[in-house]
Write a protein that binds this ligand. Sequence first.
Ligand code: SER
Length: 368
Amino acid sequence: MCAAASSAPSSVPTSNTAHSSPPGTRRTAAVLVTGAGGEMGHGLLKALSDRYDGTGTAVVAMDIRELEPAQRALCRDAFVGDVCDTALLERLLAMYEIMEIYHLAALLSTRGEYSPETAHTVNVTGTLNLLRLAAEQARSHGARVKFVFPSSIAVYGLPDLATKNSVPPLREDQFCEPITMYGCNKLYGEHLGRYYARHYRLLAKDRMDRPIDFRCIRFPGIISADTVPSGGTSDYAPEMVHAAAAGRPYSCFVRPDARIPFMTMPDAIDAIVRLAAADGTRLTRCVYNITSFSPSASEIAELVREFFPASEVSFQPDAARQGIVDSWPAEVDDSAARRDWGYRPEHTLRSAFESYLVPRVMAHYRGA
Ligand code: SER
């Protein structure tokens, strides 16, 4: 079991229906979401439960903590346990025929720098376990298993601020020299996915060709109106918005000129669903950049002050976290995603505030 599994009990199914299929019967087809209780899982479970409602395919969740009741209600089954718990993964396989995996579980960039080896275990060993599970599933039911993997702008590592400020929006294959353990792990996860998708057991006589349909998005920072992130380095943007809505002062841990790409959570969820559903013959890559807007921290603060006039935002940069943000690109080139699978974010920075963030956070914090 991963050291990062917190104090949550391992391998506890929280379903009324949890049982192994009787011998000789067909297992229920399922879509598995790991890290389902996290920020992205929150939105994705709803999208998947809408997508699979009435199809006979079960949505099965896994997280190191119990899901909130509203999230739990969106799944057929929910398992409390971590992605390094191979006994739990075996039990899942006994119960479900996994057709698709959304592997969201990860330990993010800031938290990872406090315990890099734990981050490695969760982010790499966990990903390897899920990829192997997907490949075994593909062999057992004779059809490719779709594996959707969120990667991150953390895979980039620009050498200095002058380079960051002078390069054009980065393509997927440029400056991939991450400075955080999380970035290294995500970059390796991308390579593992490509290996399992195209080359797995290269020399084995009984190998199945291309057992996994691996699809990966490199996400920018994500801002959700419904949840506050924890353990990331792009957290200053959502923290600023949520603090203002809650009436709390906020001290931003990066400089006013710090600039990285962001997007809203609904656009992120839409992108995952869209890539998962895309015609595979049109996909020219395993890994795609996407982005919506690239504001500086001070531009975000200005909008926060405009929409929450009583808000108090100050800047007290933390040199180490600032260093991480400085190593990430100001902008990424997402033309491949737009061309291959029709990626189109709905929100600009202003419309994100006007039509998504402000109404929802105000409703949440003020009951408005
Ligand atoms: N949000 C992530 C982090 O800050 C980056 O993808 O670690």
